[in-house]
Design a protein around this ligand. Structure first.
Ligand SMILES: *Cc1c(COP(=O)(O)O)cnc(C)c1O
Length: 388
């Protein structure tokens, strides 16, 4: 069964019910019934694979997870209520008190809070390397290091880390290599091919793609996923069947959406590169991107996030946002609607300047999550705001 990506995204489907429905129904049920005592015993003893209780599995979450498992080339997975619950639960399941993590500093804000504020409650410390310090990774590894963690492309500066290189370091030191693949989606990049043991997504972003529901998912090897599954089914961060139903439908159009998002984003990046008010543009598939060769090696296309540096720093950034007419000012990304943010005065405004610079956030940095509106209208809005 090696059908193409788009085909499996559409054709992987939970078994039909007695009504022979074409589209998968929504299974809004907290539990499932048994015919007799023996069936119930065998099911709880896990001699029989079936749904027992929706905190463990549900036909809708299973369908969603099966698709992601297939797309990422993984063996097993589990769906969570949010991206953060996927990240936190995976770490909590695999780590013991006193373990150590090595991570790139450029991680999602709440992931950074988990590393610096919450995991230390259990005496779990994290050592950071910056995107341009991959050569330091080995020197950060300690005898108690268990996980090596990265995101690529990074948020919001759109830097690229070399999955193959970092995968080799993880393997050499017997570390669990975990990649947050949210920005790329499994259509663009499959980290398991480059040595990742686990791949995590916030399904809230491009997987939903329409800004409707929250969700998260972790996929990887059978052994690691079994540990995460047992921890999760007892601690309760499960995705709701409704969100799984929405997200499984969303996956049917992931390939075509991400193609168009990336086509629009490349045009936005090319437009910005030519604009006189723009100092610098970062987009993985622009030749000027410092890690262009690595991006070409591991990514199919460039994704939908473009970062650029305005001439004129913080004031220019705020002014640009104030003159945007059509695009949305919002913290989300990966929506059909183009979203513009100015991290240094909003999402990352509370960080010190030093902390901001460590993750590549300069004062004039603007992040655009390029949507699916007509490209002429997207560029027209950005252009009039740049000129204003
Ligand atoms: C949004 C995001 C998360 C967190 O996901 P939620 O669904 O909001 O909990 C994690 N990682 C990255 C890269 C994200 O963009």
């Amino acid at each position: 069964m090696h059908k193409h990506f788009e085909t499996e995204a559409i054709r992987i489907q939970t078994e039909r019910s007695q009504f022979s429905e074409h589209s998968t129904p929504l299974y809004v049920t907290s539990s499932f019934v048994f015919n007799d005592a023996e069936e119930m015993r065998a099911s709880f003893a896990e001699e029989k694979e079936r749904n027992l209780y929706s905190r463990f599995t549900n036909p809708n979450t299973t369908e969603f997870v099966d698709k992601i498992v297939h797309m990422e080339g993984a063996e097993a997975g589990y769906a969570f209520a949010t991206g953060m619950s996927a990240i936190f639960t995976s770490f909590a399941a695999l780590l013991n008190a006193g373990d150590h993590v090595v991570s790139c500093r450029s991680v999602f804000g709440s992931t950074h809070s988990m590393f610096t504020k919450f995991l230390p409650k259990w005496n779990i410390e994290t050592s950071y390397f910056k995107v341009n310090e991959v050569d330091l990774v080995e020197s950060l590894i300690q005898t108690n290091t268990k996980i090596l963690y990265i995101e690529t492309p990074t948020n919001p500066a759109v830097d690229i880390l070399d999955l193959e290189l970092i995968g080799k370091i993880a393997k050499k030191h017997n570390l669990i290599f975990i990649v947050d693949n949210c920005f790329a989606t499994p259509y663009i990049q499959q980290p398991i091919k480059f040595g990742a043991d686990l791949v995590i997504h916030s399904a809230t972003k491009l997987i939903d793609g329409q800004g409707r529901v929250l969700g998260g998912v972790t996929v990887g090897s059978k052994d690691l996923m079994q540990e995460i599954y047992l921890f999760a089914r007892n601690t309760g961060p499960a995705m709701s069947p409704f969100n799984a139903w929405v997200l499984s439908k969303s996956l049917e159009t992931l390939a075509i959406r991400v193609e168009k998002h990336s086509e629009n984003a490349l045009k936005v990046a090319q437009f910005l590169e030519e604009n006189e008010h723009v100092e610098l543009v970062k987009y993985p598939f622009l030749k000027s991107h410092p890690q262009y060769e690595i991006a070409k090696k591991q990514m199919k296309i460039g994704g939908n996030i473009v970062a650029f540096e305005l001439k004129g720093g913080i004031e220019a950034g705020r002014k640009f946002l104030n003159h945007i007419k059509m695009c949305s000012l919002s913290a989300n990304l990966g929506d059909t609607r183009t979203i513009v943010t100015h991290p240094s005065s909003t999402t990352h405004g509370r960080l010190s300047e030093k902390d901001r610079l460590e993750v590549g956030i300069t004062k004039g940095l603007v992040r655009v999550s390029v949507g699916l509106e007509n490209i002429v209208d997207i560029i027209a809005d950005l252009e009039q705001a740049l000129n204003a």
